[in-house]
Design a binder for this molecule. Structure first.
Ligand code: NAG
Ligand code: NAG
Ligand code: NAG
Ligand code: NAG
Length: 388
């Protein structure tokens, strides 16, 4: 048996064992308030109102200095319509990976010759590849094809949502006679990777660090990510820009049902009080303060399969944040209106990825699950607009 398989089973079996006894163990971290709002058509106020920020504030904030002005005017500069990050704050955070950069990257690596494969990129089933031109990529080999599919569809779902925190991704077939893989054939054989398996290549980002769950998401009482003028008195712009990315991450992990990042971290808190002193799985930060949502192979496919075990925790996490990026809310609204987000997802993925047909897509059942989750997120946002 493949050692990877044993490992997957071990962790899954462990979860299965645990979930029966944690049923009535209370989670201390997040306040529980998942309420369904009445069915009513929403008109989120998405007007692109510009906040009038004086030069003094703007320059004081831009260099990451402490946010020391306690006036509610500042809160208004950061939050609009109570639940949206302001246009001003959004303006301070650029796309993590530009659209053009991603396109070029995909084109460049799709047939690029791999000259070195070595350990790296986290998990034991990942490898760090160096191409002939010296650029590097992480190679993810799925123990089963669903993992590569989950990773890939998660990437394109993020793209649909306008979330740019996932490094560029391209698929490749491990054809050992192709020019791309021939030089590292021996290494691949030694790894016992199946010939012709489809692997994902993602851009390797150097000089990244681990990430802790932000203090404002850890609060024992109260509503998690809901800022007031008071809680904001201490914050730097850098921190706010990070929180903004967290608000996207929470929605993204809910939609993909990815338990293997924040949710498993919270879950561990039950028997490990010091878990918050450790960095979160599958989340990194670049030297520019951008969060990278990596290793998304538990998303969508596997995550949906084990939903019964995790949904409660996914909901807790989702309900802990009542602040959103307007652009994300707009995309969620569009996906809800479409009634078939899986179709939008497949269209994008097929247009970008020549191996899409071969790797496959979401099953009909999982496509419905995705749409249901879009609806849940939409209702949650609406609920926040009502209670805040
Ligand atoms: C923005 O601020 C400037 C300078 O304080 C002021 O003259 C201008 O009227 C303000 N604009 C709006 C739309 O409030
Ligand atoms: C593998 O690559 C070789 C050389 O490019 C090509 O002739 C062959 O058709 C490929 N095999 C598959 C299964 O794609
Ligand atoms: C990244 O770290 C390496 C050393 O680990 C250093 O040489 C390099 O300059 C760093 N790159 C950036 C962009 O900071
Ligand atoms: C502000 O910062 C101090 C010291 O870092 C900390 O003890 C305090 O809890 C912070 N206050 C808020 C409202 O975050």
């Amino acid at each position: 048996m493949n050692p990877g398989k044993v490992k997957l089973c071990a962790s899954l079996c462990m979860w299965l064992g645990i979930v029966t006894w944690i049923g009535n163990v209370k989670l201390h971290l997040w306040s529980v308030f998942v309420q369904q709002s009445p069915e009513r058509d929403i008109a989120f106020s998405l007007a692109n109102e510009q906040v009038n920020i004086s030069k003094r504030h703007a320059s004081g904030l831009r260099d990451g200095k402490t946010f020391n002005i306690r006036s509610p005017v500042i809160l208004d500069n950061v939050i609009e319509h109570r639940v949206f990050w302001s246009a001003w704050l959004e303006g301070l955070s650029t796309r993590v990976f530009g659209v053009e950069h991603e396109r070029k990257w995909r084109e460049q690596v799709r047939d690029a010759r791999v000259v070195v494969l070595e350990a790296g990129c986290g998990r034991p089933t990942n490898r760090l590849a160096t191409f002939a031109d010296g650029t590097r990529a992480c190679v993810r080999y799925g123990i089963d094809a669903d993992q590569v599919l989950g990773e890939t569809l998660s990437y394109y779902l993020a793209e649909l949502l306008g979330i740019s925190n996932l490094p560029p991704l391209a698929l490749s077939k491990l054809n050992l006679s192709s020019e791309q893989w021939a030089s590292v054939r021996g290494h691949i054989e030694a790894l016992e990777w199946s010939p012709n398996a489809i692997v994902s290549l993602t851009e390797f980002i150097p000089n990244v660090t681990g990430v802790f769950i932000p203090l404002h998401l850890r609060k024992q009482q109260g509503g998690g990510l809901q800022l007031s003028a008071e809680t904001m008195s201490n914050m730097t712009v850098t921190y706010l820009v990070e929180l903004m990315q967290w608000s996207d991450l929470i929605i993204f992990d809910y939609l993909t049902a990815n338990f293997d990042r924040i949710v498993s971290h919270i879950f561990s808190l039950q028997w490990d009080a010091r878990v918050m002193e450790r960095t979160t799985n599958n989340l990194l930060k670049t030297i520019n303060g951008h969060l990278l949502f990596i290793d998304n192979e538990a998303g969508l496919v596997h995550g949906y399969r084990v939903l019964d075990l995790w949904e409660r925790y996914h909901r807790l996490l989702l309900s802990s944040s009542c602040i959103f990026r307007k652009s994300t809310v707009r995309r969620i609204s569009e996906m809800k209106r479409s009634g078939n987000s899986a179709k939008l997802l497949y269209e994008l993925y097929r247009a970008r990825e020549p191996l899409a047909r071969e790797l496959g897509s979401l099953s009909e059942e999982h496509a419905l699950t995705l749409q249901k989750r879009i609806d849940v997120v939409y209702k949650h946002i609406k609920h926040c607009t009502e209670i805040m």
